[in-house]
Design a protein around this ligand. Sequence first.
Ligand code: PLP
Length: 473
Amino acid sequence: MITTVNLEFLPDQMRAMADAVVARCVEHIATAGAQPSCGDVDAAALCRAMREPAPEHGASLHAMLDHLFRDWVPRSFTTIGPGYLAYIPGGGLFPAALADFITDTTNRFTGIWQAAPALVQLEANALDWLREWMAFPPETRGLFTTGGSMATWNALLCARERHLGAEIRRGVLYTSDQAHHSVLKAAKLAGVMPDRVRAIASDDRFRLRIGPLDEAIAVDRRAGLTPFAVVSSAGTTNTGAVDPLDAIADLCAREHMWHHVDGAYGAFFYLCDEMRGVLRGLPRADSLTLDPHKGMFLPYGTGALLVRDGAALRAAHEASAPYLPAMPHPQDFYDPSQHGPELSRGFPGLRVWLTVKLYGSAAFREAVAEKRALAVDAARRVSALPGIVIDAPPDLSLFAFHLTWPGATLAEEDTATRLLMDKTTSKGRVMVTGCTAHGRYLGRVCVLSFRTHQPEIDALVEDLAASIREIRS
Ligand SMILES: Cc1ncc(COP(=O)(O)O)c(C=O)c1O
C-alpha cells in the first residue's frame, strides 16, 4: 500500500494565502516613500543567527511573512524607494509581479515552441517590441535573460562563434577602462581569458578613445592575434558615459569585428528623441544588452539581448535531442531554447509583455524622458552647491562630482566626497553611492527609478547642501 502524499492546497486555502501575501506586498509598496532610503545593512550577526537546518515539519505562512516583512526585508538597500539614486535604480513595476504569479501558478513550459506556442509568441512579441524600440532590423533575434551580465555573455558567445570558431585563444576583445565588470566576467565565461581583454584608457569624459583602440588592434594583429570584438558602453555605471558608438561601429565594420553595445543602463534612453544624438550608432551594433530591470523599471531578473543577425544567436545555441518533440515547426516561429542556453526556464517574456500592454509604449518613453529631465535639473542644482565640482555631467540620467576647497589634496577630497555620500544617505530620504574613476573618488547620482520625481530631487539637493555644511564645519 503506497501512502498518498498530498501537497495541494484547497482553493479557499490558496485564496487566503495569496490574500495574505498580497496584503503585505501592497502595504510595502504603499509605504515605500516613508521607508528609510537605506535599511540597516550592518547585519552580519543577524545573518549568522538566521542559519538553520531544513525544518522537518512545515510552519505557518503568517509567521514567515512576519519575519520577512518586519525583520529581513527592511535590512536592505531600499531599492524600491523613490529616493533610490544609488548604483542603477529601476524600482520594480507592480504588474510584473502579477505576471510572475501567473507564470508560476500556470507553470507552463516555454523552453520550446511546441509546448506553449501562444505563450512563446507573447515572448517573441515582447522581444520584437524591444527590437523596434532600438531600431534594429527585422532579422534580429533576441533572448530574455536574468540580467545584463547574462545578455553580454550570450552576445560574446555569438561573436566568438562567428569570428573565432575553434581558434579561441587567438581572439582579443576590446573595451574601455570604464566598462562594467560583467564584460570581463562574460568574456571569461565565453572562453576569452583576461589576458585577451584590452581595457582601453578612456578620455576626460570617461568615453572609449578611438585612436588608442585602433592602435591596440594594430599591435595585436602584428603579434599574430585575432581582434574579434569591441564592447562599448551606452552609459557606464561609474559616470554614465556613452562611448562614441557610431565611430566604434565604423571601426568594427572596417576591421571585420563584432560590435557589442552594453546598454544595460542606458539603452532605453533611445526611446527619447532628444537622446538619439548622444546614442547615435546604437542601432548599428551587432548585439545589444538591455536591462528591462533598469530602464523599463521591472523587478530584478529581467535582462535582454538583441542580435542583429539572428542566425548568429541561433547558431550559438541550436541543438536537438531524441526526447524533444520531433515535429519541426515553421522557421518563422521563435523558439527560446534554440536562441539561448536554457531548456527549462521561467517565462520572463510575460513580465515585459504584460507591462507594455498595460501601460503602453508611450508611458515608458515619457517616464524615461522624465528621468533625464530630473537628472539635468539635479546636476544643475548640485553644481551650484559650495565646493562641488562636476566631473561628469549627465550624458543620460547619471552624473558624477566631487567636493573640494582651496588647498585640498586629492586624498582629502576623496575622504570628504565619500563622507558626503554617506552623510546624505544617512539622512534617510535619498540613497546615493560613489565610485572610483581615473584615480579619484566620485560622488554620483543616477535617476532611473520610476518612483523618483521632483520632490526627491529637491530632497537630494537639500540633503547634499546640509551635508556639505556639516563637513565644512
Ligand atoms: C552598464 C552595466 N552593464 C552591465 C550591468 C550588469 O547587469 P546585471 O546586473 O543586470 O547583470 C550593469 C549592472 O548594473 C550595468 O550598470
